[in-house]
Design a protein around this ligand. Sequence first.
Ligand SMILES: NC(=O)c1ccc[n+]([C@@H]2O[C@H](COP(=O)([O-])OP(=O)(O)OC[C@H]3O[C@@H](n4cnc5c(N)ncnc54)[C@H](O)[C@@H]3O)[C@@H](O)[C@H]2O)c1
Length: 340
Amino acid sequence: MSFRTIADDGPLRLAVVGAGQMGRAWLQAIQRSALAEVRCVVDADEAAARAAAPDGVVTGTSLTEVARGCAVDAVVDVTAPVAHLPVTLEALELGLPVLGEKPLAATLPEAVKLVRAAEDAGELFMVSQNRRFHPGLWRLKRMAAGLGRVGILTHEFFKAPHFGGFREEMDHPLVLDMAIHNFDAARFVLDADPIAVYCEEFNPSWSWYAGDAATTAVFEMTGGIRFIYTGSWCSPGLETSWNSNWRVSAEHGTATWDGGGEPETEVLREGAEPAGTAAYPGDDLQGSLAEFVNALRTGDTPMGECHDNLRSLAMVHAAIASAESRTRVRVEEVLRDAGA
Ligand SMILES: NC(=O)c1ccc[n+]([C@@H]2O[C@H](COP(=O)([O-])OP(=O)(O)OC[C@H]3O[C@@H](n4cnc5c(N)ncnc54)[C@H](O)[C@@H]3O)[C@@H](O)[C@H]2O)c1
């Protein structure tokens, strides 16, 4: 989709909406970057906005009012998921592009509504999936691309965090809050899209989560690849890294990654080379911010552009639909039911 670009005349001027835990991480990331600057901080809780804002930065509770008073080029939406719909709509109505935290929206119908709103406004709406920007994941992708046709990608995520708060109360805490990162990263590594999924969610008897904290899902991806995801948020001992364990099994060999160090590969064909030349934008939030700014300067479609990210979110909701119905669910049908 084409969107309005913004001429490069200095750092991109940003309004940050949402001054909670992740909002503060974004504020620090922007302050460390030469590509952008914080012009104002908005939060429904004014005290939270004031506490998080860098010295001299305007704060308030209404994006429309605050943005009127200080010239801004774009909005970073780091509010809680339920607020992604109203905040992103408000920004687009102000004629401002949006870099939003994952998930795109709290529900799939809301996500479809936001994708349409971005189209109608002609503004860029990109979702930040910061785990896509890990340098090890980029090296794994390059290795996988040199292995010929991929058969199976296995992905294992085993952690045991005691977060307290909303994650321990929500339905589908693992799939909704965490697996969106993993599903999105799998699409990135494979350069493939989801066709259908069979998923089982359950809650181990010792779980300290109200909703199901363990999941196994088998996705059929384009090219006939099977992406097999197993994860648990109540698995103490020998935990995986936050980026999981990966194994790409392909025609001419295998690549593995422990989610932290260097990926490894064994290639069983002479002359096979890692492939892919895309320039690496940087790690974590810095990479996400660089991708967003570059898109606004050049018109190039960034990773996480909302049409693309909708397919990662659809994997989450298709997996939940499969677990609830105990049937194989086609991702296209889930998207169609959501109005896409
Ligand atoms: N990428 C990651 O690794 C990562 C990690 C943590 C959280 N997140 C995401 O970041 C977002 C924020 O999470 P968090 O942990 O900072 O939550 P949080 O609860 O700490 O903060 C959310 C903030 O949003 C504010 N808010 C809610 N509704 C609002 C509205 N309508 N207008 C303005 N402000 C509003 C709240 O007052 C609160 O200060 C979520 O989408 C979450 O999924 C991403």
